[in-house]
Design a protein around this ligand. Structure first.
Ligand SMILES: [Mn+2]
Length: 480
């Protein structure tokens, strides 16, 4: 019973958003450098990551943990630079707001530049750290939630002013570094006002508040040159159908998205809108359950041309699918827009947001991306956090490096499979009975049941060929 309620608590609470509580109970850090560096100012005289220089490609034989072994950004694979296949992005919320707090334990990470507050000056110092990090890591993009980069105010006006101040700094840091926003988003799940949801809240005033927050988040994403905008409906779902008008909530969600599309056009924002499916956690049932559910929602409400999907691998496995399945479902519906490159743990039942280090999984992901002709204007966002027990500053780099190297190995392997062609040939052969005149008639919708019944009488019992699954697995594995 204790185990059971513990697990339930984890399911409800494990998204890493408890830094507000965490910050409040964290000791005032800046231990060694308190006088020199921390305080009311966002000044930080020294480097945030001293002793770590720009991460370079050193090749597979390198033993240097602060180097790429497989990701060689300028190298061409299948006619495209590796960096352009991936468009890697750092997620501000996990990398700079993650504290290691979990439902049973206090924060474990006290980065030297943090002063234990959620002040505006701290937000700006943290933004400078973000840009030093992405410069040294050598990624071109970053992603953010509004409330993670700037503190919530007492009123929406105050929140917007805080956001404007931090965004102005980010804009200047982007100009200096030539880094870009892959996507922005609004955090519509931490504040208690969103306890019933945001666009699907039973409270009209909360729906309006969410609209105002998304309006501002869209505007700052546009100002920062964001290439996409994401909707992750963390609390857009239900805990019980007994007290929920599901039809009305879904209608409200569609109206909310329509209004977002209208505002996007009004301000001239050309970025792609992305829905991020996830089946549950923190709600019992989230409306954007998986790619197929989200696609059906978009079709029903006539929004199919206005949105694509941001597929997150850990969300895929939570919904009972593989990441490859979700990517293929999005791709064949023309909806593959972005990938949140992470993974779960097969022995743990919640959204652990771990760095993806499984080379076979990375290869399957890259097979989908190659079939999709790439992922731009989306990219690979590291919606990923360090384990609670990983507490060194350099772990932030090591984790991203192994995540990037894993995807790079996936791309190299997938390219081998594409160039070799045996797997594609196996699939082609499997369906070759349809590469006939009658097959063409069926696929064109010109073969009615009377005609097919006549053929069956002519042909007799069909000969059925082997699916050759193990051969497919052998070919796949030989590319690793
Ligand atoms: Mn995500």
């Amino acid at each position: 019973m204790i185990m059971k309620s513990g697990k339930l608590l984890l399911l409800l609470l494990s998204f890493n958003v408890f830094y507000y509580a965490a910050v409040n109970c964290a000791p005032q850090t800046c231990p060694a450098t308190k006088d020199a560096k921390c305080g009311d100012s966002d000044d930080w005289k020294a480097e945030f990551f001293p002793g770590i220089s720009k991460i370079k490609y050193e090749g597979p034989s390198s033993k240097n943990p602060l180097s790429f072994k497989w990701h060689n950004p300028e190298e061409e694979i299948l006619g495209k630079k590796m960096k352009d296949w991936f468009r890697f992005s750092v997620a501000f919320w996990h990398t700079f707001r993650g504290t290691g707090v979990d439902p049973f334990g206090a924060p474990t990470k006290y980065w030297p530049w943090e002063d234990g507050t959620n002040s505006l000056s701290m937000a700006k110092r943290r933004m400078r750290a973000n840009f030093e990090f992405i410069n040294k890591l050598g990624v071109d993009f970053w992603c953010f939630h509004d409330r993670d980069i700037a503190p919530d105010g007492k009123t929406i006006e105050e929140s917007n002013e805080n956001l404007d101040e931090v965004v102005a700094l980010a804009h200047e840091l982007q100009r200096q570094s030539k880094k870009r926003v892959l996507w922005g988003t609004a955090q519509l799940f931490v504040h208690p006002r969103y306890m019933h949801g945001a666009a699907t809240s039973s409270e009209l005033a909360v729906y309006a508040y969410a609209a105002a927050q998304v309006k501002k988040a869209l505007e700052v994403t546009h100002y920062l040159g964001g290439e996409n905008y994401v909707f992750w409906g963390g609390r857009e779902g239900y805990q019980s159908l007994l007290n929920t008008d599901m039809e009305r909530e879904l209608n409200h969600l569609a109206r909310f998205f329509e209004a977002a599309v209208a505002h996007k056009k009004k301000i001239g924002f050309n970025g792609t809108f992305l829905i991020e499916p996830k089946p549950q956690e923190p709600t019992k049932h989230q409306y954007d359950w998986d790619a197929a559910t989200a696609a059906n929602f978009l079709r029903k409400y006539g929004l199919i041309g206005e949105f694509k999907l941001n597929i997150e691998c850990n969300h895929a496995t939570l919904s009972g699918h593989s990441c490859h399945h979700e990517l293929e479902t999005a791709r064949i519906n023309g909806l593959l827009g972005n990938i949140d490159a992470n993974t779960g743990d097969p022995q743990v039942g919640w959204d652990t947001n771990q760095f993806l280090v499984d080379i076979q999984e990375a290869t399957m992901i890259m097979l989908s991306v190659i079939r999709n002709g790439g992922i731009a204007p989306g990219g690979f966002n590291f919606d990923v956090k360090l384990r609670r027990e990983s507490t060194d500053v350099e772990d932030l780099f090591i984790a991203h490096i192994v995540g990037m190297d894993t995807m790079a190995r996936g791309l190299r392997n997938a390219a081998k499979l594409v160039e070799d062609g045996s797997l594609a040939e196996l699939v082609r052969k499997r369906y070759q009975s349809f590469d006939t005149e009658i097959g063409a008639q069926i696929e064109a919708g010109k073969a009615d049941f009377d005609f097919l019944e006549k053929k069956v009488k002519e042909w007799g019992e069909p000969k059925v060929a082997s699916a050759k699954q193990e051969l497919a697995e052998m070919i796949f594995q030989n590319a690793m």
